[in-house]
Ligand binder design. Structure first.
Ligand SMILES: [Zn+2]
Length: 168
């Protein structure tokens, strides 16, 4: 928010094959992320160029082949997240959506789901325990605001505080 660099705004972020966990977390945070563990380096470069994307990579040599690469040095995913969020903030790249609005599995924005569908396809205790359900129109995965969701949201808030705090 508040970025004056309109062109950098809501760019596609491409993660290399070593950054699967990071890709999922970035999607949870609302970023538009491409991740395919089988994609070859050449393909990642050409895809990045075509979309004018940000390429995140653990491979220093690969990062030299594309000017908008961010080389991710850390092995540990929590450190990767903080490092990448700061780097994206510095170049004015913002999330596509709010937190927990994108399917972490495939990167498609999730939509609210009809409760009747849950009633027919899931255990009754799940149906009764939650008011709102979401599903991914691409891969069909269903989400609800259970314990995992809440702990995830807490983790995300902590990460965001950390990133903002370090930048203040
Ligand atoms: Zn999905």
């Amino acid at each position: 928010m508040g970025s004056s660099r309109q062109s950098a705004h809501k760019k596609l972020i491409i993660c290399d094959c070593m950054l699967g966990k990071l890709a999922k977390i970035l999607r949870v945070l609302g970023y538009n992320v491409y991740y395919n563990p089988k994609a070859a380096d050449d393909y990642l470069i050409s895809l990045s160029r075509r979309h004018d994307a940000i390429l995140l990579t653990r491979d220093k040599e690969l990062s030299k082949l594309y000017e908008r690469s961010i080389y991710v040095r850390d092995h540990e995913v929590n450190k990767q997240v903080i490092f990448v969020l700061r780097a994206l903030k510095d170049i004015g790249v913002e999330p596509l959506t709010g937190v927990l609005e994108i399917c972490p599995e495939c990167g498609t924005p999730i939509v609210e789901c009809d409760r009747e569908y849950i009633k027919g396809n899931y255990h009754e205790s799940t149906y009764c325990a939650y008011d709102v359900f979401y599903y991914c129109p691409n891969c069909g995965k269903v989400y609800w605001e259970g314990y995992q969701y809440k702990s995830l949201r807490k983790t995300i808030e902590e990460i965001k505080d950390n990133v903002n705090g370090l930048n203040a």
